[in-house]
Design a protein around this ligand. Structure first.
Ligand SMILES: C[S@@+](CC[C@H](N)C(=O)[O-])C[C@H]1O[C@@H](n2cnc3c(N)ncnc32)[C@H](O)[C@@H]1O
Length: 410
């Protein structure tokens, strides 16, 4: 392609216009544009057409034709820009807010395709990575946007993915599940390696048959070397969170990789105080006197029933329970924090803040429990942020495993 003079332009300048709701023309519109901006060769699938249409309205800011040059020099003023000299390429499926992406980028990888249909998660993703994920991965047109030739497929597919129960013959019988979509993408693109993450419960789902089917599809139908999956705990990789997840890795058979060792726990153990917010947090994170009483009463009533209901107090030197979205998710990790500064007579008298200093962890603390660095932007309301971090992966455990995968690919 003919090169025009390159023009240095800040991504924030483009994104001001790009992310104006009026400019959004449908589902994958922004995904196509932002993927195009980050793709650097003509081989990529992303069409220039939506970009061209879009940019026609913007010519007063930037000359539209500049964008058609693959050497356009964008200054990526976002926290996690694409690497300048990538060592490998990966795709990020069921991307959430990009836990996999953070880990893979840190290891020198370039994300060439991402899919996540939740709008709020997409907001967080684009604020941090400058890219809007494509939507529903079960749709043909979404799958058709995946470029050829990437090295690693990453997918933390949702646990609702399994209704394989009863039929367990192979690939076709997983149809209708999200695993089927992952398998279809593997079949078409044959990446060198695959890296899947899921809830620990996958191991015993349908008496172990679901996992058996998944492994059989990967090994027998798709031709991958897949070592025995392993359960890793986030707390063994430098975050104070007791979160066990199943990790499944695989290598294309022609690479002749015949062994894989999962990462060993690191020595350094973290405690809640290591990730506590530095400054006192807003009163909204403190429980009201009434709510705390309700929780205590409820717990007392259920104490002997052994159903594990209720809040839990995490000591300063303790490890948090797994952060999860929904239900009593936030109450499972209550802490004492007496540093409250705006404990005004009003908040005290009205009982808006309990006197014991019991509060929930903040979204930033949840981010840290999952190993997200502090420059990771939280741009959504608290309720969405908790959901997003609860849904996400523990980045350090992912990174440690990915690093083992990559060492074999070299
Ligand atoms: C368990 S979460 C994975 C989170 C991600 N690994 C992270 O680090 O944030 C699964 C995600 O899959 C998304 N999802 C579910 N079905 C989808 C579909 N058909 N197409 C695209 N995304 C989907 C959900 O919105 C959810 O965010």
């Amino acid at each position: 392609m003919k090169k025009l003079k390159t023009k240095k332009i800040k991504f924030s300048k483009i994104s001001e216009k790009l992310f104006d709701p009026k400019a959004n023309k449908g589902d994958n519109h922004l995904a196509e544009i932002t993927h195009f901006l980050q793709s650097d060769t003509e081989e990529k699938n992303f069409s220039k057409k939506p970009l061209k249409n879009y940019l026609n309205g913007l010519t007063e800011t930037i000359a539209a034709e500049d964008y058609y040059q693959y050497d356009l020099d964008i200054k990526w003023d976002i926290p996690f820009p694409p690497p300048l000299s990538p060592k490998f390429e990966f795709i990020d499926l069921f991307a959430g807010i990009g836990g996999f992406r953070l880990a893979m980028q840190k290891l020198g990888g370039k994300c060439v395709f991402t899919s996540e249909w939740d709008r709020e998660a997409q907001k967080t993703y684009r604020a941090n990575f400058g890219e809007v994920p494509f939507g529903d991965i079960t749709q043909k047109e979404t799958k058709d946007s995946i470029p050829k030739g990437f090295d690693v497929l990453c997918a933390g597919f949702p646990c609702q993915a399994f209704s394989i129960a009863g039929k367990r013959a192979g690939f076709k019988d997983t149809r209708g599940t999200l695993f089927f979509d992952v398998a279809e993408i593997i079949k078409k693109h044959k990446p060198k390696a695959i890296f899947l993450e899921n809830v620990k419960g996958l191991r015993n789902h349908d008496k172990g048959n679901t996992l058996k089917t998944i492994l059989s599809v990967l090994r027998n139908d798709l031709g991958y070397f897949v070592p025995e999956p392993q359960i890793l705990n986030a707390k063994d990789f430098g975050v104070p969170q007791n979160r066990e997840r199943i990790f499944i890795v695989g290598f294309r058979k022609d690479l002749k990789i015949t062994g894989f060792t999962y990462p060993k726990p690191i020595k350094e153990k973290k405690i809640f105080l290591d990730i506590r917010e530095k400054d006192p947090v807003a009163t909204r994170y403190y429980l009201s006197t009434q709510y705390l009483k309700t929780l205590k009463d409820h717990k007392a009533r259920h104490a002997n029933k052994g159903n594990g209901f209720g809040y839990e107090m995490i000591p300063d030197d303790g490890t948090a329970n797994a952060v999860v979205c929904g239900g009593m998710g936030r109450e499972r990790n209550l802490v004492f924090d007496h540093r409250i500064t705006n404990f005004t007579p009003e908040t005290k008298i009205k009982g808006m803040v309990n006197r014991e200093g019991v509060r929930k962890m903040t979204p930033r603390e949840w981010a840290r429990l999952q190993g997200f660095p502090d420059d990771f932007k939280i741009v959504v309301a608290d309720a969405s942020a908790y959901k997003q971090f609860g849904n996400s992966v523990a980045v350090p455990a992912i990174q440690a495993t990915a690093s083992k995968i990559l060492s074999l690919l070299k």
